[in-house]
Design a protein around this ligand. Structure first.
Ligand SMILES: [Zn+2]
Length: 123
């Protein structure tokens, strides 16, 4: 049985992780107000671009946008996982594998507080 104290510690770690991921996302994306948990990468807008080579600027912007997209996607998934696990804590289901319903190893949870599956099912 997982102790309440352990779950509480994990919850604190997850809350911190959630904030860290949100901060990262905020630096280049905007949360979609209509769709909870969905973030949109902002198309970078540069100020003071007048006078420089417009074409070069546009290429840079597209490149920046294209590099940000996969980062945004993985952060979004991370955030979603953290939120799902926080919900599991609320429901008292923390540490249970969502696939086989077995207990997830505590060591594994320590290393990866947002783990939703046991090692066997993760593979
Ligand atoms: Zn499992």
């Amino acid at each position: 049985m997982i102790s309440k104290k352990f779950v509480q510690q994990q919850k604190e770690k997850l809350e911190k992780e959630k904030e860290a991921v949100r901060e990262q996302l905020k630096s280049f994306a905007t949360e979609d107000p209509k769709l909870k948990g969905d973030w949109d990468t902002r198309f970078p807008k540069r100020n003071g671009g007048v006078g420089g080579s417009a074409m070069e600027d546009a290429t840079d912007q597209v490149e920046e946008y294209v590099t940000s997209l996969p980062i945004e996607h993985s952060l979004e998934i991370k955030l979603r996982d953290v939120n799902l696990v926080l919900e599991k804590i609320e429901k008292g289901k923390y540490g249970t594998c969502e696939n086989c319903k077995q207990k997830i190893n505590e060591k594994r949870l320590k290393v990866n507080p947002s783990a939703r599956f046991c090692i066997k099912c993760q593979k």
